[in-house]
Design a protein around this ligand. Structure first.
Ligand code: ZN
Length: 604
């Protein structure tokens, strides 16, 4: 098109009409109608995106990584969908209001304003709604929203796109999906970096047809899935005994390794693989018969912009920050479970294997001391701890002999029944957010069941005399239970038909430790997932430890010796610490019959 007049006519046509045909793939429409920083959009840099953009499967998921431009293309796909189809509504969700606003302002709004194809009606003089959350394109709507309570209105939708599902509240996501009931389209497409195995995008991808982006070696024609493993990565100088994830600065220095020499090699012939083209690539499903769920998995070598050097440097960076999970999730696109992040199936099953489904088995009603843990809610979750030998309670030798859900209106009656029929010596419940119920329990049980308040850095602080409450450090309290489950030092019995429920509750909490904040146990996914029995067990153990006067450090500090103190009831931490010697030395008897001790303690 060298004729300047023809070129200007062509440009005018381009500007006045969108380039479209009913059989045109989405990717082509996007390239012909939209620009990025002034130049026509193209898939040349990331050829893997093309098939994902063209795929209008009603149930599609992508497990992704950072730095591969997928949010950008997904936004274009959403805008193309509402522009090419009349009278449709697409809901685009982000986990938080912050992410919604940021993406809307930096990506969505520029895309819409800078491309004429989205503004035909506006230019023709028709009023179009344009805001951070609502973009009207002729008779269609692109709604951009966050997964927060306030956004869960009932606007019907034809398509729902979810970005970063693992960070979004699953309950709200389900609510958004239910808005498509009346639509003929019912298009749901989910995207996320993975976080934990069996959760969120990992779970969705696992039941999909599982497309992997394979690559053909130019030298030997072998098709393969290049991964960040020693089978594929050539790094001259790296000793055979070192695993890639084990690389640190010392190994690089001692072996004089130059990261620039690293490359991705064919698993069969060893030639360097060309990651940058599209013609030697193919998306291949592992389970082609699963036609109801489409899944794509993007990995670092799905593109050629993330070199082995980049991946290793990122790893060293994350190692320095002590945040390897971040590297696995966002750089490799893999779930991460190592260490003390989350209880595993094997660990939980081991606790069940030692147990029995029947409640209160072999419990002597008058001689076996029991400890109650109650998680309050509309349905309360009660757990009852007994010593494994049914006689002497010890932190590392206990058995849950009953797991029971009870409606809140029957709770007090039920707890009194336990007291009347068994030897209940201590108990704990959460004080918040149901303080009146918690206080009523304290009064009804004569102070045996005490409201616990998750608060502060002090491990345990007794405020029961003045405040009818005991304050405990949340992380340390939950760490203790997690550590006991991991080491098989607790048995789960009395679960009846609730085994799966208990299992789920124990897996729904993760210990989040980021470089910026102290460790905290976080519920996976938001308000709609459940972790009640985990808390109920934690309160039962807190009651046990209080009863025994046995407060140890957090589970993470198990191999360190720690100073441990037990103060008389009503003493503040500071007062206790400063007055410790005098109290012990003067032989003051602690109130409420508990022994004041000071010294060193270890859990194992
Ligand atoms: Zn080869």
């Amino acid at each position: 098109m060298s004729n300047p007049y023809a070129l200007s006519l062509y440009n005018e046509i381009q500007n006045r009409f969108s380039v479209d045909a009913s059989n045109m793939p989405m990717s082509e429409w996007i390239c012909r109608n939209t620009t990025l920083r002034g130049v026509p959009f193209s898939f040349r840099k990331f050829p893997f995106q093309k098939q994902i953009v063209d795929d209008m499967h009603p149930n599609l998921c992508v497990t992704k990584i950072s730095q591969i431009g997928l949010t950008e293309t997904q936004i274009r796909k959403a805008a193309a969908f509402v522009t090419r189809n009349r009278g449709v509504t697409l809901l685009f969700t982000f986990p938080s209001e912050d992410m919604q606003k940021r993406t809307s302002q930096t990506r969505i709004q520029p895309l819409i304003t800078e491309n004429g194809v989205f503004n035909r009606a506006k230019e023709a003089g028709t009023t179009q709604i344009r805001s951070v959350g609502i973009i009207q394109i002729e008779s269609s709507f692109l709604l951009v929203t966050s997964c927060t309570e306030g956004e869960a209105t009932s606007t019907p939708a034809d398509a729902v796109f979810n970005d970063e599902v693992d960070l979004s509240d699953p309950g709200i996501l389900a609510l958004f999906s239910s808005r498509m009931q009346a639509s003929d389209w019912k298009l749901r497409q989910q995207f996320s970096t993975p976080t934990f195995s069996g959760y969120g995008i990992d779970q969705t991808y696992a039941v999909s047809d599982q497309h992997e982006y394979l690559l053909k070696c130019d030298s030997c024609n072998h098709w393969q899935l290049p991964l960040f493993t020693r089978k594929f990565i050539r790094l001259p100088g790296l000793p055979d005994s070192v695993d890639l994830a084990g690389i640190d600065q010392a190994i690089l220095d001692n072996n004089r390794i130059d990261l620039d020499t690293a490359f991705v090699a064919c698993e069969r012939c060893g030639s360097e693989l060309d990651l940058g083209r599209g013609d030697n690539r193919n998306w291949v499903p592992l389970h082609p018969h699963r036609t109801n769920a489409r899944g794509y998995r993007v990995r670092p070598f799905s593109v050629n912009t993330l070199s082995p050097k980049y991946i290793i440097e990122k790893m060293l960076e994350y190692k320095r920050k002590g945040f390897m999970r971040g590297w696995y999730n966002t750089v490799l696109g893999e779930t991460y479970e190592d260490g003390d992040i989350r209880l595993t199936d094997v660990q939980i099953n081991a606790c069940f294997e030692q147990g029995h489904p029947d409640r209160f088995r072999d419990v002597d009603p008058t001689r076996t001391p029991l400890f109650l843990g109650i998680d309050l809610g509309l349905v309360c979750h009660i757990t009852v701890l007994a010593p494994r030998d049914r006689r002497s309670p010890r932190l590392q030798d206990m058995e849950v002999v009953c797991f029971e859900p009870v409606p809140v209106e029957l709770l007090i009656e039920r707890v009194k029944w336990y007291q009347q029929n068994f030897l209940v010596v201590a108990g704990g419940t959460d004080r918040h957010p149901f303080a009146p119920t918690a206080n009523a329990l304290y009064d009804a049980t004569g102070g045996i069941v005490v409201p616990y308040e998750y608060r502060g850095g002090v491990e345990l602080s007794d405020k029961s005399e003045s405040d009818k409450t005991i304050q405990i450090n949340r992380t340390m309290a939950i760490d203790t239970v997690a550590q006991l489950v991991r080491s098989g030092r607790v048995t789960f019995s009395g679960y009846g038909d609730q085994k799966d429920t208990i299992h789920l509750h124990l897996k729904n909490m993760v210990r989040e430790e980021t470089p910026e904040k102290p460790a905290v146990w976080r519920k996976l996914g938001g308000p709609s997932t459940q972790d009640h029995y985990f808390h109920a067990i934690t309160f039962a153990y807190s009651a046990l430890r209080f009863y025994l006067g046995e407060f140890t450090g957090s589970a993470q500090a198990l191999d360190k010796r720690q100073t441990v103190w037990v103060a008389p009831a009503g003493t503040t931490a500071t007062a206790a610490m400063s007055g410790l010697t005098s109290i012990v030395g003067a032989g003051h008897g602690p109130s409420r019959g508990r022994q004041a001790t000071v010294g060193f303690n270890r859990l194992r």
